[in-house]
Design a protein around this ligand. Structure first.
Ligand code: PLP
Length: 450
Protein backbone atom coordinates (compact mmCIF):
# COMPACT_ATOMS: atom_id res chain seq x y z
CA UNK A 1 0.00 0.00 0.00
CA UNK A 2 1.19 3.53 -0.74
CA UNK A 3 1.69 6.10 2.00
CA UNK A 4 -1.58 7.73 0.90
CA UNK A 5 -3.52 4.44 1.21
CA UNK A 6 -1.87 3.91 4.55
CA UNK A 7 -3.19 7.21 5.85
CA UNK A 8 -6.72 6.23 4.81
CA UNK A 9 -6.71 3.16 7.07
CA UNK A 10 -8.02 3.99 10.52
CA UNK A 11 -6.66 1.89 13.35
CA UNK A 12 -9.39 -0.17 15.07
CA UNK A 13 -10.38 0.83 18.61
CA UNK A 14 -9.61 -1.48 21.50
CA UNK A 15 -12.67 -2.65 23.52
CA UNK A 16 -13.38 -0.70 26.69
CA UNK A 17 -11.93 -2.25 29.87
CA UNK A 18 -12.63 -0.71 33.22
CA UNK A 19 -9.28 -1.04 34.93
CA UNK A 20 -6.13 1.02 35.25
CA UNK A 21 -2.95 -0.44 36.69
CA UNK A 22 -1.01 1.38 39.41
CA UNK A 23 1.84 3.57 38.09
CA UNK A 24 5.12 1.79 37.47
CA UNK A 25 8.22 3.10 39.24
CA UNK A 26 10.74 0.33 38.54
CA UNK A 27 13.80 0.19 36.29
CA UNK A 28 13.48 1.15 32.63
CA UNK A 29 13.24 -1.26 29.70
CA UNK A 30 16.79 -0.29 28.66
CA UNK A 31 18.18 -1.11 32.10
CA UNK A 32 16.43 -4.48 32.12
CA UNK A 33 17.56 -5.24 28.60
CA UNK A 34 21.20 -4.54 29.39
CA UNK A 35 21.04 -6.74 32.52
CA UNK A 36 19.34 -9.44 30.53
CA UNK A 37 22.12 -9.35 27.95
CA UNK A 38 24.80 -9.45 30.63
CA UNK A 39 23.34 -11.96 33.07
CA UNK A 40 20.97 -14.23 31.19
CA UNK A 41 21.82 -16.94 28.71
CA UNK A 42 22.96 -15.53 25.35
CA UNK A 43 20.65 -18.01 23.65
CA UNK A 44 17.59 -16.25 25.10
CA UNK A 45 15.29 -15.00 22.42
CA UNK A 46 12.41 -12.62 22.61
CA UNK A 47 9.65 -11.31 20.45
CA UNK A 48 9.99 -7.82 19.02
CA UNK A 49 13.80 -7.51 18.68
CA UNK A 50 13.57 -3.80 17.93
CA UNK A 51 11.47 -2.70 20.90
CA UNK A 52 11.06 -5.65 23.27
CA UNK A 53 7.88 -5.31 25.30
CA UNK A 54 8.37 -4.40 28.93
CA UNK A 55 5.30 -5.86 30.64
CA UNK A 56 4.62 -5.02 34.26
CA UNK A 57 0.98 -5.81 34.90
CA UNK A 58 -1.73 -8.21 33.81
CA UNK A 59 -5.49 -8.25 34.28
CA UNK A 60 -7.61 -10.97 32.68
CA UNK A 61 -7.11 -10.81 28.88
CA UNK A 62 -5.03 -7.62 29.08
CA UNK A 63 -1.38 -6.83 29.69
CA UNK A 64 0.08 -3.43 30.54
CA UNK A 65 3.55 -2.10 29.77
CA UNK A 66 5.65 0.17 31.97
CA UNK A 67 4.03 3.25 30.41
CA UNK A 68 0.56 1.98 31.36
CA UNK A 69 -0.23 1.10 27.74
CA UNK A 70 -2.80 -1.71 27.41
CA UNK A 71 -2.44 -4.71 25.08
CA UNK A 72 -4.98 -7.38 24.29
CA UNK A 73 -3.16 -10.65 24.96
CA UNK A 74 -4.12 -13.05 22.17
CA UNK A 75 -1.19 -15.36 22.97
CA UNK A 76 -1.95 -16.01 26.66
CA UNK A 77 1.69 -16.54 27.68
CA UNK A 78 1.90 -19.33 25.07
CA UNK A 79 -1.50 -20.93 25.73
CA UNK A 80 -0.78 -20.89 29.44
CA UNK A 81 -2.99 -18.21 30.98
CA UNK A 82 -6.22 -20.16 30.85
CA UNK A 83 -8.51 -18.15 33.16
CA UNK A 84 -7.04 -14.67 32.65
CA UNK A 85 -4.00 -12.83 33.99
CA UNK A 86 -4.09 -12.56 37.80
CA UNK A 87 -7.60 -14.01 37.92
CA UNK A 88 -8.84 -13.04 41.43
CA UNK A 89 -9.89 -16.60 42.39
CA UNK A 90 -6.52 -18.04 41.37
CA UNK A 91 -4.62 -15.25 43.14
CA UNK A 92 -6.69 -15.77 46.28
CA UNK A 93 -6.04 -19.52 46.27
CA UNK A 94 -2.29 -18.94 45.86
CA UNK A 95 -2.13 -16.27 48.58
CA UNK A 96 -4.18 -18.30 51.07
CA UNK A 97 -2.12 -21.44 50.58
CA UNK A 98 1.17 -19.49 50.68
CA UNK A 99 0.19 -18.06 54.07
CA UNK A 100 -0.73 -21.49 55.43
CA UNK A 101 1.98 -23.77 54.09
CA UNK A 102 4.24 -22.86 51.21
CA UNK A 103 6.00 -26.15 50.76
CA UNK A 104 5.54 -29.76 51.74
CA UNK A 105 6.67 -32.65 49.63
CA UNK A 106 4.55 -35.68 48.84
CA UNK A 107 6.30 -37.37 51.77
CA UNK A 108 3.62 -35.81 54.01
CA UNK A 109 -0.14 -35.61 53.83
CA UNK A 110 -1.70 -32.40 52.61
CA UNK A 111 -5.19 -31.97 51.23
CA UNK A 112 -4.20 -29.21 48.75
CA UNK A 113 -2.46 -31.96 46.78
CA UNK A 114 -4.99 -34.77 47.12
CA UNK A 115 -8.02 -32.52 46.46
CA UNK A 116 -6.55 -31.36 43.19
CA UNK A 117 -5.48 -34.87 42.16
CA UNK A 118 -9.07 -36.07 42.77
CA UNK A 119 -10.57 -33.15 40.82
CA UNK A 120 -8.15 -33.69 37.94
CA UNK A 121 -8.85 -37.43 37.76
CA UNK A 122 -12.58 -36.68 37.58
CA UNK A 123 -11.96 -34.79 34.30
CA UNK A 124 -10.38 -37.82 32.62
CA UNK A 125 -12.12 -40.78 30.97
CA UNK A 126 -11.84 -44.49 31.71
CA UNK A 127 -9.38 -45.69 34.28
CA UNK A 128 -7.08 -42.65 33.98
CA UNK A 129 -6.96 -41.64 37.61
CA UNK A 130 -3.45 -41.88 39.06
CA UNK A 131 -1.74 -38.48 39.05
CA UNK A 132 1.97 -37.62 39.23
CA UNK A 133 2.72 -33.93 39.59
CA UNK A 134 5.68 -32.27 37.89
CA UNK A 135 6.81 -28.68 37.35
CA UNK A 136 6.61 -28.44 33.58
CA UNK A 137 5.44 -30.06 30.38
CA UNK A 138 8.92 -31.36 29.63
CA UNK A 139 9.11 -33.16 32.96
CA UNK A 140 5.63 -34.59 32.51
CA UNK A 141 6.52 -35.98 29.08
CA UNK A 142 9.87 -37.35 30.28
CA UNK A 143 8.06 -39.23 33.03
CA UNK A 144 5.38 -40.51 30.65
CA UNK A 145 8.02 -41.84 28.24
CA UNK A 146 9.92 -43.52 31.05
CA UNK A 147 6.75 -45.15 32.39
CA UNK A 148 5.87 -46.49 28.92
CA UNK A 149 9.36 -47.93 28.51
CA UNK A 150 9.25 -49.58 31.94
CA UNK A 151 5.74 -50.91 31.47
CA UNK A 152 6.32 -52.44 28.04
CA UNK A 153 9.98 -53.38 28.41
CA UNK A 154 10.55 -51.78 24.99
CA UNK A 155 12.57 -48.71 24.08
CA UNK A 156 11.19 -47.56 20.73
CA UNK A 157 8.84 -44.58 20.62
CA UNK A 158 6.89 -43.25 17.68
CA UNK A 159 6.21 -39.53 17.58
CA UNK A 160 5.35 -37.10 14.81
CA UNK A 161 7.40 -34.90 12.58
CA UNK A 162 6.66 -31.30 13.53
CA UNK A 163 5.86 -32.28 17.14
CA UNK A 164 7.12 -30.38 20.17
CA UNK A 165 7.29 -32.29 23.45
CA UNK A 166 9.99 -30.52 25.44
CA UNK A 167 13.71 -30.01 25.71
CA UNK A 168 15.22 -32.69 27.96
CA UNK A 169 16.77 -35.97 26.79
CA UNK A 170 13.76 -38.09 25.86
CA UNK A 171 11.48 -35.19 25.01
CA UNK A 172 13.99 -33.54 22.69
CA UNK A 173 14.22 -36.90 20.96
CA UNK A 174 10.45 -37.09 20.48
CA UNK A 175 10.30 -33.47 19.32
CA UNK A 176 10.20 -33.52 15.53
CA UNK A 177 11.64 -30.16 14.47
CA UNK A 178 15.34 -29.48 13.83
CA UNK A 179 14.95 -25.93 15.14
CA UNK A 180 14.25 -27.32 18.62
CA UNK A 181 16.98 -29.94 18.68
CA UNK A 182 20.62 -29.84 19.72
CA UNK A 183 23.25 -32.23 18.51
CA UNK A 184 23.19 -34.54 21.53
CA UNK A 185 22.37 -38.24 21.74
CA UNK A 186 18.74 -38.86 20.83
CA UNK A 187 17.79 -42.47 20.83
CA UNK A 188 14.95 -44.81 20.08
CA UNK A 189 12.51 -42.40 18.45
CA UNK A 190 10.98 -42.80 14.99
CA UNK A 191 9.15 -39.80 13.54
CA UNK A 192 6.04 -40.57 11.53
CA UNK A 193 4.79 -38.50 8.61
CA UNK A 194 2.83 -35.59 10.01
CA UNK A 195 -0.93 -35.82 9.37
CA UNK A 196 -1.02 -32.16 8.39
CA UNK A 197 -4.12 -31.37 6.31
CA UNK A 198 -2.55 -28.21 4.82
CA UNK A 199 0.96 -29.34 3.91
CA UNK A 200 0.79 -33.13 4.19
CA UNK A 201 0.90 -35.48 1.19
CA UNK A 202 -2.42 -37.18 2.00
CA UNK A 203 -4.44 -34.02 2.68
CA UNK A 204 -7.12 -34.68 5.29
CA UNK A 205 -7.09 -38.47 5.07
CA UNK A 206 -6.04 -39.42 8.60
CA UNK A 207 -6.09 -43.17 7.97
CA UNK A 208 -3.60 -42.92 5.11
CA UNK A 209 -1.11 -41.09 7.33
CA UNK A 210 -1.60 -43.67 10.08
CA UNK A 211 -0.36 -46.34 7.67
CA UNK A 212 3.09 -44.77 8.12
CA UNK A 213 2.95 -45.62 11.83
CA UNK A 214 2.38 -49.25 10.88
CA UNK A 215 5.29 -49.08 8.43
CA UNK A 216 7.63 -47.51 10.97
CA UNK A 217 6.82 -50.30 13.41
CA UNK A 218 7.35 -52.97 10.74
CA UNK A 219 10.50 -51.60 9.17
CA UNK A 220 12.13 -49.49 11.89
CA UNK A 221 11.61 -51.53 15.06
CA UNK A 222 11.58 -55.14 16.27
CA UNK A 223 7.83 -55.07 15.80
CA UNK A 224 7.25 -54.11 19.43
CA UNK A 225 7.21 -50.51 20.67
CA UNK A 226 6.99 -48.72 23.99
CA UNK A 227 4.68 -45.90 22.97
CA UNK A 228 3.22 -43.46 20.51
CA UNK A 229 3.26 -39.85 21.68
CA UNK A 230 1.44 -36.96 20.06
CA UNK A 231 -0.41 -33.72 20.53
CA UNK A 232 -3.98 -33.56 19.18
CA UNK A 233 -3.32 -30.08 17.80
CA UNK A 234 0.39 -29.27 17.41
CA UNK A 235 1.01 -25.97 19.17
CA UNK A 236 4.65 -24.99 18.68
CA UNK A 237 4.48 -26.65 15.25
CA UNK A 238 2.01 -23.95 14.13
CA UNK A 239 -1.44 -25.05 15.34
CA UNK A 240 -1.69 -28.11 13.12
CA UNK A 241 -4.81 -30.13 13.90
CA UNK A 242 -4.13 -33.77 13.06
CA UNK A 243 -6.18 -35.02 10.09
CA UNK A 244 -9.51 -36.56 11.17
CA UNK A 245 -9.39 -40.29 11.79
CA UNK A 246 -5.64 -40.26 12.40
CA UNK A 247 -5.48 -40.95 16.13
CA UNK A 248 -7.88 -43.94 16.20
CA UNK A 249 -5.94 -45.65 13.38
CA UNK A 250 -2.50 -44.78 14.81
CA UNK A 251 -3.53 -45.88 18.33
CA UNK A 252 -4.77 -49.19 16.95
CA UNK A 253 -1.47 -49.87 15.10
CA UNK A 254 0.57 -48.99 18.19
CA UNK A 255 -1.54 -51.12 20.54
CA UNK A 256 -1.18 -54.10 18.20
CA UNK A 257 2.58 -53.69 18.63
CA UNK A 258 2.20 -53.72 22.43
CA UNK A 259 2.74 -49.97 22.82
CA UNK A 260 1.01 -47.39 25.01
CA UNK A 261 -0.61 -44.24 23.63
CA UNK A 262 0.50 -40.99 25.24
CA UNK A 263 -1.54 -37.82 24.67
CA UNK A 264 0.46 -34.61 25.16
CA UNK A 265 -2.24 -32.18 26.28
CA UNK A 266 0.14 -29.42 27.33
CA UNK A 267 -1.44 -26.96 24.88
CA UNK A 268 -4.68 -28.59 23.80
CA UNK A 269 -5.98 -29.55 27.25
CA UNK A 270 -7.90 -27.63 29.87
CA UNK A 271 -10.90 -26.64 27.74
CA UNK A 272 -8.86 -24.71 25.17
CA UNK A 273 -10.33 -26.49 22.14
CA UNK A 274 -13.84 -25.56 23.32
CA UNK A 275 -15.62 -28.61 21.93
CA UNK A 276 -14.04 -30.84 24.59
CA UNK A 277 -11.99 -30.53 27.75
CA UNK A 278 -9.12 -32.53 26.22
CA UNK A 279 -7.79 -32.28 22.70
CA UNK A 280 -7.69 -36.06 22.16
CA UNK A 281 -11.47 -36.25 22.71
CA UNK A 282 -11.90 -34.46 19.38
CA UNK A 283 -10.69 -37.68 17.71
CA UNK A 284 -12.70 -40.02 19.97
CA UNK A 285 -9.71 -41.86 21.47
CA UNK A 286 -8.80 -42.73 25.05
CA UNK A 287 -5.04 -42.64 25.71
CA UNK A 288 -3.14 -44.74 28.25
CA UNK A 289 -1.18 -41.79 29.60
CA UNK A 290 -2.09 -38.09 29.47
CA UNK A 291 0.42 -35.30 30.11
CA UNK A 292 -0.42 -31.69 30.87
CA UNK A 293 1.13 -28.36 31.91
CA UNK A 294 0.71 -24.71 30.79
CA UNK A 295 -3.04 -24.01 31.24
CA UNK A 296 -3.32 -26.30 34.28
CA UNK A 297 -1.95 -23.58 36.59
CA UNK A 298 -2.83 -20.35 34.74
CA UNK A 299 0.90 -19.54 34.64
CA UNK A 300 2.02 -21.16 37.90
CA UNK A 301 4.74 -23.81 37.25
CA UNK A 302 2.78 -27.04 37.32
CA UNK A 303 2.56 -30.15 35.19
CA UNK A 304 1.03 -33.58 35.58
CA UNK A 305 0.96 -37.09 34.22
CA UNK A 306 -2.25 -39.07 34.61
CA UNK A 307 -2.42 -42.77 33.91
CA UNK A 308 -4.10 -46.01 34.98
CA UNK A 309 -3.35 -47.77 38.29
CA UNK A 310 -1.83 -50.69 36.37
CA UNK A 311 0.66 -48.52 34.46
CA UNK A 312 1.40 -46.37 37.52
CA UNK A 313 2.59 -49.54 39.33
CA UNK A 314 5.84 -49.47 37.34
CA UNK A 315 7.11 -46.60 39.46
CA UNK A 316 6.95 -48.78 42.57
CA UNK A 317 9.94 -50.82 41.39
CA UNK A 318 12.30 -48.04 42.46
CA UNK A 319 12.01 -44.54 43.96
CA UNK A 320 10.45 -41.85 41.81
CA UNK A 321 10.54 -38.47 43.53
CA UNK A 322 10.16 -34.82 42.57
CA UNK A 323 10.84 -32.17 45.25
CA UNK A 324 8.53 -29.51 43.87
CA UNK A 325 6.10 -31.74 41.97
CA UNK A 326 2.80 -31.35 43.80
CA UNK A 327 3.80 -28.24 45.69
CA UNK A 328 0.61 -27.21 47.56
CA UNK A 329 0.73 -23.60 46.31
CA UNK A 330 0.78 -24.86 42.73
CA UNK A 331 -1.92 -27.48 43.27
CA UNK A 332 -4.12 -24.88 45.01
CA UNK A 333 -3.76 -22.75 41.90
CA UNK A 334 -4.63 -25.79 39.78
CA UNK A 335 -7.79 -26.49 41.76
CA UNK A 336 -8.83 -22.84 41.48
CA UNK A 337 -8.28 -23.01 37.70
CA UNK A 338 -10.55 -26.05 37.36
CA UNK A 339 -13.25 -24.32 39.44
CA UNK A 340 -13.02 -21.10 37.42
CA UNK A 341 -13.29 -23.03 34.14
CA UNK A 342 -16.49 -24.59 35.43
CA UNK A 343 -17.93 -21.54 37.23
CA UNK A 344 -17.34 -19.18 34.29
CA UNK A 345 -18.23 -21.73 31.63
CA UNK A 346 -14.90 -21.14 29.92
CA UNK A 347 -15.03 -24.28 27.77
CA UNK A 348 -18.29 -23.13 26.20
CA UNK A 349 -16.85 -19.62 25.85
CA UNK A 350 -13.76 -21.00 24.09
CA UNK A 351 -16.08 -22.81 21.70
CA UNK A 352 -18.38 -19.85 20.98
CA UNK A 353 -15.75 -17.09 20.81
CA UNK A 354 -13.21 -19.36 19.10
CA UNK A 355 -15.67 -20.38 16.37
CA UNK A 356 -16.60 -16.74 15.84
CA UNK A 357 -12.95 -15.64 15.66
CA UNK A 358 -12.17 -18.45 13.21
CA UNK A 359 -14.97 -17.23 10.94
CA UNK A 360 -13.56 -13.71 11.07
CA UNK A 361 -10.08 -15.06 10.25
CA UNK A 362 -11.48 -17.03 7.31
CA UNK A 363 -12.95 -13.78 5.98
CA UNK A 364 -9.48 -12.23 6.29
CA UNK A 365 -8.11 -15.13 4.27
CA UNK A 366 -10.65 -14.36 1.54
CA UNK A 367 -9.51 -10.75 1.50
CA UNK A 368 -5.72 -11.07 1.85
CA UNK A 369 -3.76 -13.25 -0.56
CA UNK A 370 -0.97 -13.62 2.01
CA UNK A 371 -3.12 -15.86 4.23
CA UNK A 372 -2.59 -19.45 3.11
CA UNK A 373 -4.48 -21.26 5.83
CA UNK A 374 -6.68 -20.64 8.87
CA UNK A 375 -7.03 -23.57 11.24
CA UNK A 376 -7.48 -24.86 14.77
CA UNK A 377 -10.30 -25.22 17.23
CA UNK A 378 -11.74 -23.16 20.05
CA UNK A 379 -9.14 -20.71 21.26
CA UNK A 380 -6.23 -22.64 19.76
CA UNK A 381 -6.10 -21.03 16.32
CA UNK A 382 -3.45 -20.58 13.65
CA UNK A 383 -3.07 -18.32 10.62
CA UNK A 384 -0.34 -19.40 8.18
CA UNK A 385 1.13 -16.73 5.90
CA UNK A 386 2.56 -17.51 2.45
CA UNK A 387 3.88 -15.36 -0.35
CA UNK A 388 2.47 -17.78 -2.95
CA UNK A 389 -0.67 -19.74 -2.20
CA UNK A 390 0.03 -22.46 -4.76
CA UNK A 391 3.64 -23.06 -3.73
CA UNK A 392 2.87 -22.36 -0.06
CA UNK A 393 6.09 -20.34 0.20
CA UNK A 394 6.48 -19.28 3.85
CA UNK A 395 6.08 -15.51 4.35
CA UNK A 396 8.49 -15.35 7.27
CA UNK A 397 9.57 -11.69 7.04
CA UNK A 398 6.00 -10.54 6.45
CA UNK A 399 4.80 -12.51 9.49
CA UNK A 400 7.26 -10.63 11.69
CA UNK A 401 6.33 -7.32 10.12
CA UNK A 402 2.58 -7.82 10.55
CA UNK A 403 3.08 -9.04 14.10
CA UNK A 404 4.99 -5.85 14.89
CA UNK A 405 2.24 -3.71 13.36
CA UNK A 406 -0.36 -5.58 15.42
CA UNK A 407 1.61 -4.87 18.56
CA UNK A 408 1.68 -1.18 17.68
CA UNK A 409 -2.12 -1.33 17.44
CA UNK A 410 -2.38 -3.08 20.83
CA UNK A 411 -2.72 -6.79 20.00
CA UNK A 412 -0.20 -9.47 20.98
CA UNK A 413 -0.24 -12.69 18.98
CA UNK A 414 2.28 -15.51 18.99
CA UNK A 415 4.42 -16.59 16.08
CA UNK A 416 5.57 -20.09 15.37
CA UNK A 417 5.48 -23.10 13.14
CA UNK A 418 8.60 -24.82 11.85
CA UNK A 419 8.94 -22.14 9.17
CA UNK A 420 8.19 -19.21 11.50
CA UNK A 421 5.21 -18.08 9.40
CA UNK A 422 2.19 -18.94 11.55
CA UNK A 423 0.34 -16.63 13.91
CA UNK A 424 -0.64 -18.53 17.02
CA UNK A 425 -3.79 -17.24 18.67
CA UNK A 426 -4.16 -18.79 22.11
CA UNK A 427 -5.67 -16.14 24.40
CA UNK A 428 -7.02 -16.56 27.92
CA UNK A 429 -10.32 -18.44 27.70
CA UNK A 430 -12.23 -15.42 29.06
CA UNK A 431 -11.79 -13.75 25.65
CA UNK A 432 -14.96 -11.99 24.46
CA UNK A 433 -16.52 -11.55 21.02
CA UNK A 434 -15.47 -7.88 21.12
CA UNK A 435 -11.90 -9.02 21.76
CA UNK A 436 -12.17 -11.42 18.82
CA UNK A 437 -13.42 -8.57 16.61
CA UNK A 438 -10.55 -6.38 17.73
CA UNK A 439 -7.95 -9.08 16.93
CA UNK A 440 -9.48 -9.64 13.49
CA UNK A 441 -9.83 -5.90 12.73
CA UNK A 442 -6.24 -5.26 13.78
CA UNK A 443 -4.91 -8.18 11.73
CA UNK A 444 -6.92 -7.03 8.71
CA UNK A 445 -5.61 -3.50 9.15
CA UNK A 446 -1.98 -4.64 9.63
CA UNK A 447 -2.20 -6.80 6.50
CA UNK A 448 -3.64 -3.88 4.53
CA UNK A 449 -0.61 -1.82 5.49
CA UNK A 450 2.12 -4.17 4.21
N1 PLP B 1 4.44 -30.30 25.08
C1 PLP B 1 3.89 -29.33 24.34
C2 PLP B 1 2.76 -29.68 23.42
C3 PLP B 1 4.33 -28.02 24.44
O1 PLP B 1 3.77 -27.07 23.69
C4 PLP B 1 5.37 -27.72 25.35
C5 PLP B 1 5.88 -26.35 25.47
O2 PLP B 1 5.66 -25.48 24.68
C6 PLP B 1 5.92 -28.76 26.10
C7 PLP B 1 5.43 -30.03 25.95
C8 PLP B 1 7.02 -28.49 27.08
O3 PLP B 1 6.49 -27.80 28.16
P1 PLP B 1 7.43 -26.92 29.11
O4 PLP B 1 7.90 -25.74 28.31
O5 PLP B 1 6.53 -26.55 30.26
O6 PLP B 1 8.54 -27.80 29.55
Amino acid sequence: ASQKDDDMIINPRMPHFDYSPPPYNGPSADEILSKRKEFLSPSMFYFYEKNPLHLVHGKMQYLFDSNGRRYLDAFGGIATVSCGHCHPDVVEAIVNQTKRLQHSTILYLNNAITDFAEALASKLPGDLKVVFFTNSGTEANELAIMMARLYTGCHDIISLRNAYHGNAAATMSTTGQSVWKFNVVQSGVHHAINPDPYRGVFGSDGEKYAKDVEDLILFGTSGRVAAFMSEAIQGVGGIVELAPGYLPAAYSAVRKAGGLCIADEVQSGFARTGSHFWGFENQGVVPDIVTMAKGIGNGIPLGAVVTTPEIAEVLCHSNYFNTFGGNPVCTSAGLAVLRVIEKENLQENAHVVGSYLKERLMAIKNKHEIVGDVRGRGLLLGVELVTDRKLKTPAKAETLHIMDKMKEMGVLVGKGGFRGNVFRITPPLCFTKEDADFVADVMDCAMSKI
